[in-house]
Design a protein around this ligand. Sequence first.
Ligand code: SF4
Length: 345
Amino acid sequence: MNLNNYVYTFGDYLKSIYGKRVRKLTLHGSFSCPNRDGTLGTGGCTYCNVASFAEEQAAQQSVADQLLHRRSELRQKSSHYLAYFQAYTSTYGEISQLRQLYESALAEQDIVGLCVGTRPDCVPDEVLAILAEYQRQGQEIWLELGLQSAHDLTLKRINRGHDFAAYRDAVVRARRMGIKVCTHLIIGLPKETRNHHLSTLDKVLDTGVDGIKLHPLHIVEGSLLAKVWRRNKIQPPDLESYSQTAAEIIRRTPASTVFHRVSASARPPTLLAPQWCENRWNGMQRITEILAERGGQGSALNCPTSPPVLFKDSISYRFPNSAVCLPTDQVSQTGAHRTPSDFAR
Ligand code: SF4
């Protein structure tokens, strides 16, 4: 069973544009985070330990050296890569610094675009203007926004330092400028139930989104939640409950939305719990089984399951079974990205 048969994956999306596999190379831009440097707070989000997914020593290396290193680590090379500024808040800097970092990645022959990970409250219009400029030049650009939950009480509880309104503001401004947004969500946050996760999805779709990344809550060494977990006060989701909720989210998401990821992993000893997160295939496999049984992406919305055809040259979206073909800067204004209300439930 193959996840791609049921989900519009980022890999499929990229293949439809470039005709081949495009790999992501993660970078550390030496950024900080306002939720850690004292601007908003010092403790960071309760689940976060950046060292669990980024190599801190990479911050000392040039972008070119990091890319060289990342390529060499891959068993299967490609001729096309996306540079992913992942660690900390990768828009948190002076415009000149951002330009220098982003453009040193884009200068490499085989880099076809950028994925920039950041917080919703750290994307002023000047930053979006740079990304929109790269996109107009034909680069593949994705703004990856950490939201995790659309519930303000939860955002407060996990110490995000921003609310849902800040997220909505960032998404509307970014998409109005034609920048594609991928939203990160966590399933299993403290005191959240499946209903919270599904209503988070509704709010994200109603706001408008191009991509979604799903993660299970996993407890990593060095995070604030690690202390709570050691006191037995929190239980991360088990494989079955995570997979059931993730599958339902996928089934309620329109077929035109790209899933950048449906599960995540970390390695011990950094990973404390749950154990099944040692291998991301565990989640992917179980989600695939559930979707095979109940129907794939969008099936709970009664929407078509085939993904949109994407044309790299015109940078426009064409939806199956429709004559709609719009430049990306009109997508958010026209509502061409379908929301749950467009489909009969
Ligand atoms: S998750 Fe992101 S925003 Fe939160 S503390 Fe970590 S780096 Fe900062």
